[in-house]
Design a protein around this ligand. Structure first.
Ligand code: 2P0
Length: 327
């Protein structure tokens, strides 16, 4: 018997970062986070359970999955099999319509799409909390990509993560902001997020301070995000990203995701802001700089960042929808 389903999900960018886990086995975050789901890029994932397959078969962007990606996908598939009682192997085809090598984290969109496609293919109609738990097994930031627009993922207190369920603060059509992304390097990052945040937790003397600050940042950010007050939210977004990187930079040995062009873009953001343009930067576990700005200023930001020597590509994004399922 063959059962199949398709799902499409988009990446999200954290405005208040998740960096550190409170439970490694359950992949539960030590910090709550706030994010914007994007619209211009997507991952399409088809899952088919087939009893004629000898084992799970995973093809990501046309290639057999790496051992690391394979292990994450299998964790999600195994949980779907437990929930549904299905025992057959699955075939997974997943494609990003954006270059993974460009350094944008694709795990969030990939794992959100996988959770929805696999559960639907298995005949399950899961609530958001259960779907979030499934997506989280693949990637801690993936539950945020289940929803569109401005999304809050609480840290939660429950040992099983039952209260770590994303909430939409504003759907995409209500968020009048843009996100301008300046690519400053190619190739995979030297240290992946999972290892990077664990190394930070274990060795940075600032880790506890980061957790405290992050909790305060999120509390305030939620107020400003609900009010769609960009002038109040922007400085918090920027400070929170720098606090995350400061904590990682203090790890032993240090964890530095920036390159020279990252610094040049940061300088340019400050120059433009001093000239009166509104926009605030955030940086993830990589060298690229993303600027959150009023939507009407996105073009001006994009043109200015494209002129910074070393910037490889600039992309403008607007808020986008949550995961979409198809038969
Ligand atoms: C975030 N990042 O909130 C932060 C900011 C990167 C920097 O979530 O270990 O790939 O699979 O749960 O989801 C990247 O973390 O890590 C991430 P795992 P994931 O977007």
């Amino acid at each position: 018997m063959t059962r199949s389903a398709l799902a499409v999900a988009r990446p999200n960018i954290a405005l208040i970062k998740y960096w550190g886990k409170r439970d490694r086995d359950r992949n539960l975050p030590a910090t709550g986070s706030l994010s914007l789901t994007l619209s211009g890029m997507s991952t399409r994932t088809r899952v088919t359970f087939r009893d004629d397959l000898p084992q799970d078969h995973l093809v990501l962007d046309g290639q057999l999955a790496s051992p690391e990606a394979h292990a994450r996908v299998i964790r999600v598939l195994d949980q779907v099999r437990r929930l549904s009682g299905i025992t057959t192997p699955a075939e997974v085809f997943s494609d990003n319509d954006f270059p993974t090598a460009a350094g944008l984290a694709s795990s969030a969109s990939g794992m959100a799409a996988l959770a929805v496609a696999a559960s639907r293919a298995a005949g399950l109609d899961l609530d958001l909390g259960t779907l979030a738990g499934l997506a989280r097994m693949g990637s801690g930031s993936a539950p945020r990509s289940l929803l569109g627009g401005l999304v809050w993922l609480p840290r939660g207190e429950d040992p099983e993560g039952l209260d770590c369920v994303p909430q939409c603060l504003h759907p995409p059509e209500e968020v009048p902001w843009g996100l301008v992304m300046a690519w400053t390097g190619r190739g995979p990052k030297a240290v992946g997020s999972t290892d990077g945040m664990e190394h930070t937790r274990l060795s940075s003397p600032y880790y506890d301070a980061w957790l405290d600050q992050s909790r305060r940042d999120l509390e305030q950010a939620l107020v400003h995000a609900r009010a769609l007050d960009l002038s109040a939210l922007g400085p918090l977004v920027e400070a929170n990203a720098f606090a995350m990187h400061a904590c990682a930079l203090a790890a032993r040995p240090p964890l530095r995701y920036w390159n020279g062009t990252t610094l040049a873009v940061m300088d340019q953001v400050l120059v433009l802001r001093r000239s009166g343009l509104r926009g605030w930067m955030t940086i993830d576990a990589g060298p690229h700089v993303k600027v959150l700005c009023p939507r009407e200023d996105a073009e001006t930001w994009a043109e200015a960042l494209a002129r910074v020597p070393g910037v490889l590509e600039v992309r403008q994004e607007v808020p986008g929808p949550g995961v979409e399922a198809a038969p």
